[in-house]
Unconditional design. Sequence first.
Length: 267
Amino acid sequence: EIPQISSFPTSRIEDDQWKHTLERIIPSIVSIKFMTVRFFNLYKAGSSVATGFVVDHERGIILTNAHVVRPGPSIVTAVFSNYEETPLERLYRDPEHDFGFFKYDPSKLKFISPQTIRLAPEKARVGIQIKVVGNDAGEKLSILSGILARLDRPVPNYGTNKYNDYNTFYYQAASMTSGGSSGSPVLDIEGEAVALNAAGKTRAASSFFLPLERVVRALTFLQNGHPIPRGTLQVVFGFETFDEARRLGLREGTEAELRSKLPNSTG
């Protein structure tokens, strides 16, 4: 079954480049099946699906969301594009931001050779065309298109007694992702991940992506065999525009200094 790809006005050369890029990276994207065997830390017992992708094929490291790498007892399996399955083990779950890593044994894969999808947070910018590739709506492989529209979207609020990220911005695009797309790579035309899909609106086309700077830092520590140092000020910061900050007492001189040092900042 060929996945439906949303169309944008692109040149024939770009279409061909996307085709070759997708053919190359799809073997490195997995469907994740997980079963939580008992209620633990906000997560109910039950089964569900998500997405992950290989960020280190030699060590067998898969990146996905923290709300997929659940803290309680669970059974997790990765399904590759050729339907080859392998068990997953929790490697790391970030205590604050919505990302985590699973580990698999590369020697257990007999008929597929996934490659590393490079993390490229520096390439994220407003206006670039992206594709979100993953297990959208439990369909194993869907390819959703979009254009990055915002890099300063407040974190999604999932409600009380649910997992919520904080102290970061999210990216936003109208990609129409739904359940099962959690953990999908947000890819540029060269097949590098510029963000990590995390959530979407149920009554709109908006999709929300986690920036990758902190993910790269954590992955580097794991690859070097070191624990990941984490800390907190026990504070949740809020973002306000400069106009709102002036109403709250921001001085004109302070605003001018901030705008000169951070010309692209909006607050």
